[in-house]
Each structure stands twice: as structure tokens, then as C-alpha cells.
Design a protein around this ligand. Structure first.
Ligand code: SF4
Ligand code: SF4
Length: 291
């Protein structure tokens, strides 16, 4: 293994109470996702945009989008009842950093619940531009989906990237995305964020490249790597995803380089509860009744 990053006591708490950053924590603590971010600024070739962002969430699920005020109300309801929820996150259903509602929601939740762990997942395109704002808001755990560090490979994974009002395609799009992701990750680590990288294993496209990603992110000070099997849909509908055994083998190899998350459940972008024991339905009906 490369060098270990020293974490301070507060960072260690934010690891040990976050069910996705610590396997031990996932038995005792839960998280809630707030689906306040519907728009996305890129197009992954494995994503059908009618559903939740596949980079962090379960495909084939459409989460009910909440306004920031509704999201805060839901946080109130959930935290009052479930004291084991330690993390509030925005993970979709689109790209969190591309939706102003994300920042408003995190601000309101952070002001009202200063001890809650604020978490966010992103495709990374806007991370260098928004990391200071996330830092001011007290967001401490950040997940970036990084499927390639070589744009020659990345160009096969993305249809287009929208950045500052301009649309990029092909190698140009992949180069821009990749540069922004790496810059954002570097800046996040510098600002003492605890960073998780999600990588979708796409056989024939990036499977042999994942080892390079693992080395790179380890050298950058990333805490944990979460490799997720492709869910074959949209332009990658024809690709056979890795079997659970193949995934385990890849994780065993990568585990020699960087700590692996092996307990990801590919949750919905409105998931609430301990991993795999979601209670969001309870709150969905409550919001509808109150409406
Ligand atoms: Fe879909 Fe997420 Fe990719 Fe956007 S970033 S295209 S929502 S998987
Ligand atoms: Fe955690 Fe994986 Fe669920 Fe995200 S999708 S909240 S990383 S278990």
C-alpha cells in the first residue's frame, strides 16, 4: 500500500459514523439522501436520464424530487424518529453540483443540525468550481465518480459534457471532465474532505484501466474506492456486466493498492435508513398526506 493519510479526530468521527465510508458504521448508523438535484450536466453512456443518477444510485428508480424547504422538513421528521441517522447527503437524482437547490438545502440542514455529517456525490465536472462553497457549507464527505483518468478511454464513456454553457463531445469532453475531476479531487483532499471514488466497471472499456485509477487516487490521498458493476442500459445495453465473482476478484486486486468499499448497496437518491434497511417509504406517504 502507498502512504496512509493521517486524519484528525473530527475526520475520524466523520468516517466512523458514515455507513458508506466505514463498513463497521453501516451496522449502527444510517444516512438519508435528499433528492433535490434533478438536472445533470453530462451524459454517461450507461444512464437513462428518466431515473436516478446511476453514478451513486440505483437505476430504474425515479425518486420524488423535493424543494429545499421540503427536504429540510423531511430531515426534521427523520432525525426526530431515527437517531441513528448521522449523515445527510445529496446524491441526485441528477448532478448535485449542477443544481442550486443542493447548496440551499445543505446550508439549511447544516445550520439547523451542526453535528450532522454533510455528504455529497458528484460526477466531478464542477467540483473545482464549487469546492470552496462546499467547504463553507461544512460538507466533509465527498464522493466523485471517476471512470477514467485517461481521456482516450473516457471518450468512450461519455456522450457529451456541458460546461459553462458550451457543449463538448468526444475526446474534448473527456479531457475536460477528467481534468476537472482530478483538480476537484486534489482540492477536496487539500481542504481535508474525506473522499470516496466510485468507478463503474465497464468490461471492454475501462476494466483494465481501473488499476491505474486506483494507483492515481491512492497517490492523491483518497480514502476509499468503490467499484460498481455496470448496469447495462442505454448505449451500453449490449455489454455484459462483471459477475459478482469477477467484481470480487477486481476488488481483491485493487485492495492491495487502496481500501475498498465492499458493502455498497447502490441506493436510491431518496434513500433513508441503514444500508439495505431503507425506511423512506414511511416518509414519502407522510409528505403526500401533508400536501
Ligand atoms: Fe446519469 Fe449521473 Fe451520468 Fe448524469 S452523472 S448522466 S445523472 S449517471
Ligand atoms: Fe453508500 Fe453506496 Fe448507498 Fe451511496 S449508493 S449511499 S455509497 S451504499
Amino acid at each position: 500500500r502507498g502512504q496512509e493519510v493521517p486524519y484528525d479526530p473530527e475526520q475520524l468521527r466523520r468516517i466512523s459514523e458514515h455507513p458508506c465510508f466505514s463498513e463497521k458504521a453501516c451496522h449502527s448508523f444510517g444516512r438519508m439522501h435528499l433528492a433535490v438535484a434533478p438536472k445533470c450536466n453530462i451524459q454517461c453512456k450507461y444512464c437513462i436520464r428518466d431515473f436516478d443518477c446511476v453514478n451513486e444510485s440505483r437505476p430504474g428508480v425515479t425518486s420524488q424530487v423535493l424543494k429545499p424547504k421540503e427536504a429540510l422538513e423531511r430531515v426534521d421528521q427523520v432525525l426526530e424518529k431515527y437517531h441513528y441517522i448521522k449523515v445527510v447527503a445529496v446524491a441526485g437524482p441528477g448532478e448535485p453540483l449542477f443544481n442550486e437547490e443542493t447548496f440551499e438545502t445543505l446550508r439549511m440542514v447544516g445550520e439547523k443540525y451542526p453535528n450532522i455529517i454533510l455528504c455529497l456525490s458528484t460526477n466531478g465536472l464542477l467540483l473545482p468550481d464549487k469546492i470552496q462553497e462546499l467547504d463553507r457549507l461544512g460538507v466533509c464527505n465527498i464522493t466523485v465518480t471517476l471512470n477514467a483518468i485517461d481521456p482516450q478511454i473516457g471518450q468512450h464513456i461519455y456522450d457529451y459534457v456541458n460546461y459553462e454553457g458550451k457543449r463538448y463531445e468526444g475526446l474534448e469532453a473527456a479531457t475536460l471532465l477528467c481534468n476537472q475531476q482530478l483538480k476537484g479531487i486534489e482540492e477536496a483532499v487539500r481542504l481535508k474532505k474525506i473522499v470516496k471514488i466510485n468507478t463503474v466497471i465497464i468490461p471492454g472499456i475501462n476494466d483494465l484501466h481501473i488499476i491505474d485509477i486506483a494507483h492515481k487516487i491512492k497517490s492523491m490521498g483518497v480514502f476509499i474506492h468503490n467499484v460498481m458493476p455496470l448496469i447495462p442500459q442505454y448505449k451500453f445495453a449490449h455489454i455484459k456486466p462483471p459477475s459478482p465473482e469477477e467484481k470480487r476478484k477486481i476488488q481483491d486486486e485493487l485492495g492491495k493498492i487502496i481500501k475498498q468499499m465492499r458493502h455498497c448497496r447502490q441506493c436510491r437518491s431518496d434513500a433513508i435508513g441503514k444500508l439495505g434497511c431503507d425506511v423512506q417509504q414511511e416518509f414519502e406517504s407522510r409528505t403526500k398526506e401533508q400536501a
